[in-house]
Ligand binder design. Structure first.
Ligand code: GLY
Length: 321
């Protein structure tokens, strides 16, 4: 069985990003890392965790070190991993002190009886397992936050004086989410190893300027990630919309019906567009035969994969074939 892997660095409006080239370079490097893990007889779980950890460490993608800031300038990170061969799941939500939430999600999957651990308990688990702490945000993450706040305050400067208006004016939250999609969010990877085992992983800082404590789709199995003996999938975009669609589980169901990965992706995107509208999300998937696919309804989506022996890292890929 030929092992294979595909990564994503987030769906959104990448043309607005000052750091698109750095993000693309990071995805290229992490694609190579993930594939090397598979070539060195690593499992699909090893490969997706290694690839996502590498993207968390890059600082230029919205996960781990490069995570965006919430409304109050804080950070809370989500991640998930699933082993398609065993059905085991691990996820963490609202982590604030751990550099690599995807490694922590794997610890939840392999060392606990739980599926999702959140907040302080998750950070405690990371500490007890010797995982490195989350360093302060890099300068460009602060710059992006300040820029987002500036945009947000245009015409609504009272927001900081009266935080409750955040809760009273739901349309305002929608506006924040629309602005968020200026740049891609979330990282993920899906892989099949030489034994035909599938795995999916995902990690994110969530949406910029989110309400503190908000949890997205990334730690929710079936929504932000899913793996079975048939497919593995990782999603990116507006977490609330991805949860409404259970995007990755939907793709697996479509694959079981059609036995065709491209058809399953097309049906999933069709469903998503009808259910929650365009400019909402993207996803990558792989099947048990090593076929890969990507689909998105945003302006662009950053992906990394191998074509023969060549690594491709593309920001606006045409549809997979
Ligand atoms: N897709 C990441 C999030 O919404 O948190």
């Amino acid at each position: 069985m030929r092992p294979n892997i595909i990564l994503h660095g987030g769906a959104g409006r990448w043309s607005h990003s000052k750091y698109a080239d750095k993000a693309r370079e990071a995805v290229m490097k992490c694609t190579e890392k993930g594939m090397n893990t598979l070539r060195n007889n690593g499992s699909a779980v090893d490969a997706v965790v290694e690839a996502v950890k590498c993207m968390e460490d890059s600082g230029y993608l919205n996960a781990g070190v490069g995570s965006v800031l919430d409304f109050m300038g804080g950070r809370s990170l989500d991640a998930g991993v699933m082993d398609g061969a065993t059905g085991r799941i691990g996820a963490v939500a609202s982590v604030t002190a751990t550099r690599n939430p995807v490694v922590l999600a794997r610890i939840v999957m392999e060392k606990t009886d739980h599926h999702i651990i959140g907040g302080k308990g998750a950070d405690l688990l990371a500490f007890l397992n010797g995982l490195p702490p989350l360093p302060p945000p890099p300068p460009h993450v602060w710059e992006r936050y300040q820029e987002a706040v500036r945009k947000l305050l245009e015409g609504k400067p009272e927001i900081y004086k009266r935080i409750t208006c955040f809760l009273e004016d739901y349309g305002f939250i929608k506006k924040i989410i629309e602005k968020t999609l200026d740049v891609g969010d979330t990282v993920g990877a899906v892989a099949v190893d030489s034994h035909g085992r599938l795995a999916a992983a995902v990690s994110t800082g969530g949406v910029i300027l989110k309400f503190p404590g908000r949890i997205g789709d990334s730690p929710i199995p079936g929504a932000g990630f899913y793996a079975s003996e048939y497919t593995a999938c990782s999603a990116t975009g507006i977490g609330e919309k991805i949860m409404e669609c259970m995007t990755c589980k939907y793709l697996d169901t479509m694959y079981r019906e059609t036995k065709d990965l491209v058809a399953a992706a097309e049906k999933t995107l069709e469903y998503v567009n009808k259910a929650v509208g365009e400019n909402t999300m993207g996803f990558i998937a792989i099947d048990k035969n090593g076929e890969i696919v990507w689909a998105y309804n945003t302006e662009a989506m950053l992906i990394g994969y191998y074509e023969g022996n060549n690594i491709k890292a593309l920001i606006k890929p045409t549809r997979a074939h």
